[in-house]
Design a protein around this ligand. Structure first.
Ligand code: ATP
Length: 328
């Protein structure tokens, strides 16, 4: 069942099209040598209402610290944060009513059942959603009387997400919601996360999974060393920072790659130098280049083997922006 989003009362509704705005955010932590370092180092970011924003960054980039500051859980050393036009530090109660938070690891009262936990959490808020409706939303309707310890990993993660929805929040924060899940459980949770945006909620999620960001996020913010290195739609990031599409193939006899550069859709051609007649075409239109390549080869009685098209991915984008792979 789809949940209708409660509208904030007029007295706390301030005119803003943005769910979150952050300017010049700085947070220092002590470092082991006795000094301090900037875990968040002058970070600017705007999250629009109703979008899913994916935050990508390597371990220690400052993702969780940034979320904790936006959520009002950690004070910043400098900078401004507004959530739905409100300051999470001077107006914490108003902000808490309107946001939902799923932490990276959640612990619950072990002796309470899922239905009881959602009921208890809901009682903390003026607006709350029905526990049965929430459990059904994530396919846990049969688990109302289960304890959290009796859930599988995927079920526990789905419960953690739904527990962040008890107050019918306008903005939902998900910190690595699918980490450690198998691919099927991850996809189930993706459906749930996508449905939050269908409700009209804003979703801010951190992830280590490129596929997750590409599938779910309207825009992706790449954080590195406590700063935003780039923020845009996945496709625009790939256009701007991707390495371009390439076609890699092997022939049954050596060819001169330069004879391919005039084929339609081909920008350049190189020999990989492997000594195994393997070549790489840089292309801007693979749908034209692939048939043209086969026609060219057929006319010369050359057989093409092992052809693979590599399109730029967010992984390439991340590597090109940060010089590191996400899992370094
Ligand atoms: P991960 O992907 O591993 O969750 P992250 O991008 O979320 O990483 P943060 O958890 O924000 O990174 O941490 C940023 C840096 O700040 C790290 O070097 C971390 O060790 C440090 N840090 C975070 N919290 C604290 C704290 N309470 N005290 C001291 N240092 C901290």
């Amino acid at each position: 069942m789809q949940t209708q989003l409660a509208t904030a009362p007029p007295d706390i509704q301030r005119a803003t099209d943005d769910a979150v705005t952050i300017e010049g955010l700085v947070k220092h932590y002590p470092d082991p040598q006795g000094g301090t370092f900037a875990a968040v180092d002058g970070l600017d970011l705007t999250v629009r209402r109703g979008e899913i924003l994916g935050i990508l960054g390597p371990n220690g980039a400052g993702k969780t610290t940034t979320l904790e500051i936006i959520e009002g859980l950690t004070p910043a050393d400098a900078g401004t944060v507004r959530v739905l036009g409100l300051d999470p530090f001077t107006e914490p109660n108003e902000v808490q009513k309107r946001i939902g938070i799923q932490l990276q690891s959640s612990t619950y009262f072990e002796f309470l059942r899922l239905g009881e936990l959602l009921d208890l959490f809901g009682r903390l808020y003026p607006t709350r959603l029905d526990p049965d409706e929430l459990l059904a939303r994530v396919g846990l309707e049969g688990k109302k009387r289960a304890l959290v310890g009796e859930l599988s990993g995927g079920q526990a993660q789905r419960f953690a997400v739904v527990a962040a929805l008890v107050n019918d929040p306008e903005v939902v924060f998900l910190d690595e919601p699918t980490t450690g899940l198998d691919p099927q459980a991850r996809r189930n949770l993706w459906d749930v996360i996508a449905s939050l945006a269908d409700d009209g909620r804003t979703v801010i999620l951190t992830t280590h999974y490129m596929e997750e960001a590409e599938t779910l996020a309207d825009r992706v913010a790449v954080i590195d060393h406590g700063r935003i290195a780039a923020v845009d739609t996945p496709s625009r990031l790939m256009d701007r920072f991707g390495s371009g599409t390439t076609i890699r193939f092997t022939t049954d006899s050596p060819i001169d790659p330069l004879s391919l550069v005039d084929l339609p859709g081909v920008l350049g051609a190189t020999d990989t130098g492997s000594g195994e007649a393997t070549y790489i075409l840089d292309v801007d239109a693979p749908d034209l280049a692939v048939p043209a390549l086969f026609m060219w080869a057929g006319e010369r009685s050359i057989a093409i083997n092992d052809l693979a098209i590599h399109r730029p991915t967010l992984e390439d984008v991340f590597l090109n922006i940060t010089g590191r792979s996400l899992r370094d």
